[in-house]
Design a protein around this ligand. Structure first.
Ligand code: 3PG
Ligand code: MG
Length: 409
């Protein structure tokens, strides 16, 4: 298995060549204004794009945004992303108002050497996500016509068997971009023999989304700290009242079983912040995790839990080898509703403890990466902030990722 990289492509020479780049520019947008609320994924692809434009390539970028249903839907247009990308590159980005139609063709034809075009949202075409190989293949043929080489830098989408991620790679000479390479390098360290103690912090709303990764991680980690909405299903499994907090009733038994098998590795909150309602200005209090009132909703982990989690990150559990704190930390998922300042302290506190730990620290994707930036934390105090939420979890589960497999062929 050997993946050819952007450097291999650059060594071939790309001046005057058209290169198709799959990026993951699926950035969060403000519901009211449509403005980009976190441009981390756009910034993450700049090194690859600049290397190509600097070498004189005609760069055709494609991406998805959100989950439109296979037809154009203006709220998911990539136009604001084209503008932001242009600002960050310091160059005009030509925007095509369709993906493989007339606008795309004329936009691509107009490209001069060293210029960038962005195609409209790939998911405006049913072929992109189709389960039908032929339908995906037909769309991939159209996309492939826009390049003489394909660079995949869409780490956040490598777990999707989609036309632009999987099928296009079979149609063009294919190369991994800088971001994909860095992500795989970091995550393969975690999946291999990470330096111990290895502590994982998981949050986010659903246990069901994290079940596979918990199963895969339990044998490898020294500690697994659980917060966020998913902690309430675990607390329920311990027999506690959880009020109207997020709860996956059908997962309670699974959580009970995990707790039994975890050999004491799993740490749950000992206190939580409960509110009258899911609202930024709702009255709220800190209560014991085993004493939640029946009519209130848990929206964050409490201060004692933050302190306990911080201590667990900076002091080794017995039998974990070296004394001192964790040597490797992986964090995925916010500890509470960090978008509301009243319920952001858990996420902030845990993020700060991770940042200050001295360990090799990896922040896994989506919401936790956005939280780091939204809370104004210094990104450079983490070893790596992944751009992939689902992708990084599936990588750690040991699954074959279609986008990576396609590059290996
Ligand atoms: C993500 O946000 O996780 C990636 O962009 C993939 O998006 P998807 O989950 O809609 O496929
Ligand atoms: Mg997602």
């Amino acid at each position: 298995m050997s993946i050819r990289t952007l450097d291999d492509l650059l060594a071939e020479g790309v001046s005057g060549r058209r290169v198709l780049v799959r990026a993951d520019l699926n950035v969060p947008l403000d519901k009211q204004s449509g403005a980009i609320t976190d441009d981390g994924r756009i910034r993450a692809v700049l090194p690859t794009l600049s290397a190509l434009t600097g070498a004189g390539a005609q760069v055709v970028v494609c991406s998805h945004l959100g989950r439109p249903k296979g037809a154009p839907d203006p709220q998911f247009s990539l136009r604001p992303v084209a503008d932001r990308l242009g600002e960050l590159l310091g160059a005009t980005v030509r925007f095509a108002t369709d993906t493989v139609g007339d606008s795309a063709r004329s936009t691509v034809d107009a490209l001069a050497d060293g210029e960038v075009a962005l195609l409209e949202n790939l998911r405006f075409n049913a072929g992109e996500t189709s389960k039908d190989e032929a339908e995906r293949g037909a769309f991939a043929d159209q996309l492939a016509a826009f390049g003489t080489a394909y660079v995949d830098d869409a780490f956040g989408a490598v777990h999707r068997k989609h036309a632009s991620v999987y099928d296009v790679a079979a149609r063009l000479p294919h190369f991994a971009g800088r971001l994909v390479l860095r992500e795989v390098e970091v995550l393969s360290t975690l999946a291999g023999e990470p330096e111990r103690p290895y502590v994982v912090v998981l949050g986010g709303s659903k246990v069901s989304d994290k079940l596979a990764v918990i199963e895969a991680l339990l044998p490898k980690v020294d500690r697994l700290l659980i917060g966020g909405g998913m902690c309430f299903t675990f607390l329920k499994a311990q027999g506690h009242e959880v009020g109207s907090s997020l709860l996956e009733e059908e997962m309670v038994e699974t959580c009970r079983n995990l707790l039994e098998r975890s050999a004491g590795k799993i740490m749950l909150p000992v206190d939580v912040v409960v509110a009258d309602a899911f609202a930024p200005d709702s009255p709220h209090d800190v209560v014991r995790a085993d004493g939640m009132p029946s009519k209130r909703v848990g929206l964050d982990i409490g201060p004692e839990t933050v302190a306990g989690f911080a201590a667990a990150l900076t002091s080794a559990p017995e039998g974990a080898g070296a004394p001192g704190g964790a040597r490797t930390i992986f964090w995925n998922g916010p500890m509470g509703v960090f978008e509301m300042p009243a319920f952001a302290n858990g996420t902030r506190g845990v993020a700060e403890a991770i940042a200050g730990s001295g360990a090799f620290t990896v922040v896994g994707g989506g919401d936790s990466a956005a939280a780091v930036r939204a809370l104004g934390l210094d990104e450079s105090s983490f070893s790596h902030i992944s751009t992939g939420g689902g992708a990084s979890l599936e990588y750690l589960e040991g699954k074959t990722l279609p986008g990576i497999a396609a590059l290996e062929k």
